[in-house]
Design a protein around this ligand. Sequence first.
Ligand code: SD4
Length: 292
Amino acid sequence: MKWGIIATWEMALEGVTKGFNGLKNGMSCDNAIEEAIKIVEDNPKYKSVGYGGLPNEDCEVELDAAFMNGDTLSIGAVAGIRNFKNPISIARQLSNERFNCFLVGFGAEKYALGKGFEERNMLTKESINIYEEKRRKVIEEEFNPYEGHDTVGMVSLDVEGKMCAGTSTSGLFMKRKGRVGDSPIPGSGFYVDSCIGGAVATGLGEDIMKGCISYEIVRLMGEGHSPSEAAEKAVKDLNDRLLKRQGKVGDISVVCMNNKGEWGAATNIEEFSFVIATNDLPPTVYLVSNKG
Ligand code: SD4
């Protein structure tokens, strides 16, 4: 039986390695994804996820995360949550709820507190410094405040053939308070169905949402496209549609895996890094570039 894990951006390497070792020893894909994403969330070096994440315009770290079980199709998500250490774990816990499985802001924080999730001030000294510096640039140099943002998103297949997906992000730097991106939105930032495969996205949420791109990739894989074909077609189609309709398009990058452990990645930017590990490939960072 094939198994594996694929993730957006090189920052996922350490987490994917942990997930890979777990899957190799028979860990289920839900545990592998949660453990892998927690590693990215906990490392303040990664400025766009979890602890030390990019602050919003009020210099608060508001985080979005989601978890999906590809067997039951159950989904859990949080958006705009503050002061909790691991949003991915809260999202996973929410995926067990029949009702109220997607919570935002204060409601998400109340739920997390009630369930005993660890609290943490997610703002680091360094992220405050970056905020101050960028705010100065925004005011003085008309610098685009929304630059610099990456989401960690992962899809995993375990030895039992079960699949899961997860995402976690601080979203756009200096985003408006309450802004939610694609990452916690089912079908846009992530989607997985163990009968077909899964996909996750990273880039400008405001544009990714317009194409429900993760669902589209799974749909294309379900129609018989290979993961590479599905990823490339979905990114190209959405990119072209948005260019035609709005004259510009933000960054769109995706990774995906089917339930045979075959995988793909695509992007509309110059260079997108991702991490892949399967039963016959140790954790490896690859780069993919815009084919257009
Ligand atoms: C968002 N898609 O909040 C996320 C940010 C991201 O690469 O992935 N940036 O819109």
